[in-house]
Design a protein around this ligand. Structure first.
Ligand SMILES: O=C(O)[C@@H](CO)OP(=O)(O)O
Length: 251
């Protein structure tokens, strides 16, 4: 049996302010720093150790990984960064407050933008300062790979080549792999691993800073998965994510 650990970054400053984030490179909030440390502690106490880690090119995920590995005294393992693990690009919504957006356009519309599998949020214009093509970290990308907006289906399409060609062979060869990424990029991977329908993935909300353990067979088909930590707290943290686009702000 193979094990794979997925970890969403700790709370970011924009999670705290309830803003659409996407590819915006915001850092962890004080609570997010704590969550990252706690995730490392949970992994250590549960006996996990890693041979290799993968993360995005966004600092909330990178820092979460560093902190978790530090807590495990495993900062020495190889870390690979890829834009393909980035959060789903939120287009022109990036920076807007989710509750204010719900008040303006309605909760239903915001829910479609947040969770629809195939409907994209409004796109950025290429001349927008937020266009990733202006950011040196995406210099090596072909222009057709640089998003102006993404639905989850687009995120699945750019995540899967990296999974199939780079990460999955490592897991298959017995390497102990940690992936630290984002709410929607991890939803993309979970959809693929668990073969969730477009409808099922609507309901999936991944909490910040909680390790998600996947046990896989030799063909990388999931046998079971579970979060590490207190079940009631995890349920509450998932509900906080689900409520972010509601008119009543998350508590
Ligand atoms: O803003 C974002 O980029 C994501 C993750 O924080 O939010 P949501 O859960 O609304 O897709």
């Amino acid at each position: 049996m193979k094990k794979l650990i997925l970890l969403r970054h700790g709370e970011s400053t924009w999670n705290k302010e309830n803003r659409f984030t996407g590819w915006t490179d915001v850092d962890l909030s004080p609570k997010g720093l704590e969550e990252a440390k706690n995730s490392g502690r949970l992994l250590r106490e549960s006996g996990f150790a890693f041979d290799v880690a993968y993360t995005s090119v966004l600092k909330r995920a990178i820092r979460t990984l560093w902190i978790a590995l530090d807590e495990m005294d495993q900062m020495w393992i190889p870390i690979h960064l890829s834009w393909r693990l980035n959060e789903r690009h939120y287009g022109a919504l990036q920076g807007l407050n989710k509750t204010e957006t719900a008040l303006k356009y309605g909760e239903e519309q915001v829910q479609v933008w947040r969770r629809s599998y195939s409907i994209r949020p409004p796109a950025l214009k290429p001349e927008d300062d937020r266009y990733p093509g202006f950011d040196p970290r995406y210099r090596g990308l072909a222009s057709e790979d640089i998003p102006l907006t993404e639905c989850l289906q687009d995120t699945v399409a750019r995540f899967l080549p990296y999974w199939n060609e780079t990460i999955a062979p490592q897991v298959q060869s017995g390497q102990r792999v940690l992936i630290t990424a984002h709410g929607n990029s991890l939803r993309a991977l979970v959809k693929y691993l668990d073969n969730l329908s477009d409808q099922d993935v609507l309901e999936l909300n991944i909490p910040t800073g909680v390790p998600l353990v996947y046990e896989l067979d030799d063909n990388l088909k999931p046998l079971r998965n579970y979060y590490l930590g207190d079940r009631a707290q995890i349920e509450q943290a998932m509900q906080v994510v689900a409520n972010q686009g509601k008119i009543l702000p998350p508590s």
